[in-house]
Design a protein around this ligand. Sequence first.
Ligand SMILES: Cc1ncc(COP(=O)(O)O)c(C=O)c1O
Length: 390
Amino acid sequence: MSNGADPFDLASIITAHDEGNFADAVVPPIFQTSLFTFSDYDEMIAAYRGEKVRPTYTRGLNPTVRAFEEMLAKLEGAEDALGFASGMAAISSAVLSFVEPGDRIVAVRHVYPDAFRLFGTILKRMKIEVTYVDGRDEEAVARALPGAKLLYLESPTSWVMEAHDVGALAALAKRHGVVSMIDNSWASPFFQRPLTLGVDLVIHSASKYLGGHSDVVAGIVAGSKATIARVKAEAYPYLGGKLSPFDAWLLIRGLRTLPLRMRAHQASALEIARRLQKLDVVETVCHPGLANRLPAGLNGTSGLFSFIFREGVDIRTFADHLKLFKLGVSWGGHESLIVPGEVVLQQKAQPNSAHAFGIHARSVRLHVGLEGTEALWRDIEEALAAASLS
Ligand SMILES: Cc1ncc(COP(=O)(O)O)c(C=O)c1O
């Protein structure tokens, strides 16, 4: 397994992006302002006519947000990127930029539940249909694509972590004239760069590894100039889910340690997954790194995976006895987290079904943070000792 360092452009995130600007500050300033004034009438009319690109109003353009967008575009190998107020704002704005009533989307099964709910509520009311396929079954994807407008990917998928050959799926989409889009939050650009594999648009919940400190909710969409121009023309300004300058600044800080954090998440999570796999009380561990090889284009694995307990473990007692793994949603930060599947299955949000997300009642999802492998494993062993019924 490669460590993902090549062709990742480490220097572009370590080096200040703004050399020569802002007194050569190592860290860019936060432009915490809603608007930018004009020196005279001519300057204002030039901006309105689009003759000069300059910040006017932060919902359109803000230098701190732009700095983050440019850094992320570089990391993903994109020509351009747009920052959003959440991962869901990025997903909804990107999807709505490429479909209209009567269109059909092909999506891999087990996508992030709120993306599934976006498809099953707002898009359904707009008469946009979604066909779900097993992304590992390329023939099934090929059969579903004719006549579709958009291929929506997430690899590995949420919870059950089905990992796909993203390049092969992108090639299928191209062959059928279908735009392809992927949620790359799990791998981050450090381990997977989908645009280099032929995908048209990359989306992130930047709330996860890009931020990395659990202090930001944000999203990003990256792609070619032409695809980003399409999102920028309508959904970005009119749906208005714009990234804030302060959150962009926090994300810039997060990006600088992305490679270090991703290596640490990978090492601890993989080791814990391997140890769990050997336990009698564990039925299955869903972690892409346990397969003989990763799919082409996925150069490493992150900290999020799930596993299924056999009968005989009291999951409530297990969760309550963990000290380092906290009960909590989200993931991608410095801290370790646990979500029991039986709790998620109680959620009232609609549409909802265990089948849609692949969540087993005896499964738990772990996010392995940066506390250290041995301390985390001790935490699991102690909680297991309290929770084993036999
Ligand atoms: C895989 C994945 N995609 C997208 C999102 C949505 O991102 P956000 O919470 O930033 O809106 C999440 C959030 O948990 C996620 O896990």
